[in-house]
Design a protein around this ligand. Structure first.
Ligand SMILES: *Cc1c(COP(=O)(O)O)cnc(C)c1O
Ligand SMILES: [Zn+2]
Length: 422
């Protein structure tokens, strides 16, 4: 084993450190799973090994392998996740009144950002000789874990709330996983998966309690730093559920700045639905502890986030903030992103766009600033939500008359037979 670039696992609450070779999930000094661990690296070792050119050519996240907490002799379980495009979004920017680029992580192998973390987790599980992996998920992590378990030849058993979108319940079964649809909320599915992990000893991918999970999410920060080198954006915007994603990205961005690979870091803006706003509430020190999530953005329908602490630290250290948006605003953002830039995001992936609009209205984001919004998931898994926003299709019979009824009689070069050719 060669994990010499990882120093310790350090408790985010009491600072106690643990051996990274041990299988520890959370610090036992605290109730339940509150004592979330943070992976601490030996950056001298990493920088010694890391000799990749930061030239914007990113085939996959494994370009940053030296930064990932996997043994140097481990064979990655990968589908070439990461290396996702960062595209200009001029029409979207016009609508929002600010310079916007889109980091499209919906193009990852299973259609979601979570593949970055899953690839690392399944690589570690297989290296450790584990043969069953599990997690609780609102849907995307389950589909992702199932895909990578298939790729790595491991068994996968996942816990998903029965109300998850159909696409997210079908996808993991195509990958051959056992899907246990829990009659209850994501939070209840989560608690059950923890009990199961304890009783059965399966390898648990859950991002908040598996300290190595969030580490894979750093690569989106590494990529953003590399792709925007010399013109680091003022803001990077994410939606937040458990809070691991924004915290992981921030850690990646911060690392590259601290190592002088880039000269600055952006401010992080975290966006939550009004019906699932616990991290936002904690950040702004509201007391209300409404623990039942109610939002159509199922991927972030989390009542009791497991990583509020790391997420709030990311917002604070970066000089950013959090805000909430309504489900209506999320649906508007989904169709706005689609019709202005041709990018189809699921509601949680579009929520940041709604957040940018609100942040512009409130003067949080200034007109002369630059913004990167991260689309965390593809819309194709969940068409039911979007259907509400786009309205019905136009029904016609297969006749030109019906087309003419909508667009009028064709003018100009009428009468040319498109089948005729030359
Ligand atoms: C999981 C998920 C998020 C939120 O990530 P957290 O780590 O739970 O904050 C956002 N968008 C999509 C599409 C997701 O699947
Ligand atoms: Zn502790």
């Amino acid at each position: 084993m060669t994990l010499d670039h990882v120093d310790t696992l350090e408790c985010t609450l009491c600072g106690e450190t643990y051996d990274p070779e041990q299988v520890v999930y959370t610090c036992p000094n605290h109730d339940g799973v509150a004592g979330i661990l943070e992976v601490q690296y030996d950056y001298d070792v990493i920088v010694d090994r890391f000799d990749a050119e930061l030239d914007g050519n990113i085939e996959s996240q494994w370009k940053y392998r030296d930064f990932l907490p996997v043994d140097t002799d481990a064979t990655p379980v990968t589908l070439d996740e990461g290396g996702t495009p960062l595209v200009d979004a001029p029409r979207l920017g016009d609508e929002l009144g600010v310079d916007v680029r889109v980091k499209n992580d919906g193009v990852n192998p299973t259609g979601c950002f979570k593949d970055r973390a899953t690839s690392v987790a399944v690589t570690k599980a297989r290296y450790a000789g584990r043969d069953v992996v599990t997690c609780a998920s609102t849907g995307n992590a389950a589909a992702s874990l199932a895909g990578y378990a298939a790729r790595g030849g491991l068994d996968c058993r996942i816990f998903v709330p029965a109300a998850a979108p159909e696409g997210k319940l079908v996808q993991p079964r195509v990958y051959g996983a056992d899907v246990l649809a829990v009659e209850g909320s994501y939070d209840e599915a989560y608690d059950l998966s923890l009990e199961v992990t304890q009783e059965y000893g399966w390898y648990n991918r859950n991002a908040a309690i598996n300290p190595f999970q969030i580490e894979g999410k750093r690569t989106v920060g590494h990529e953003l730093a590399e792709q925007t080198r010399g013109e680091i954006p003022d803001w990077v915007v994410f939606s937040m559920g458990d809070g691991c994603t924004i915290a992981g990205c921030w850690k990646g961005l911060r690392e590259f700045a601290e190592l002088d690979f880039v000269d600055d870091t952006p401010k992080m803006l975290g966006v939550q639905p009004e019906g699932a706003s616990a991290i936002h509430d904690a950040f702004h020190e509201h007391d209300d502890v409404d623990t039942v999530a109610d939002t159509l953005a199922d991927a972030v329908a989390v009542g009791r986030p497991r990583n509020t602490l790391k997420a709030c630290r990311a917002l604070e250290e970066s000089g950013g903030t959090a805000l909430t948006v309504s489900d209506e605003e999320i649906l508007d953002a989904e169709t706005l992103l689609g019709r202005t830039e041709g990018i189809y995001a699921e509601p949680a992936g579009a929520a940041p766009v709604a957040g940018i609009r609100k942040a512009r209205e409130r003067g949080i984001i200034e007109a002369d600033e630059s913004v990167v919004t991260v689309v965390t998931g593809s819309g194709l898994k969940d068409t039911a939500g979007a259907k509400r926003a786009v309205g019905p299709v136009t029904d016609i019979t297969p006749s030109l008359d019906d087309v003419a009824a909508h667009y009028g009689t064709p003018a100009g070069e009428a009468g040319q037979d498109p089948r005729g050719g030359r």
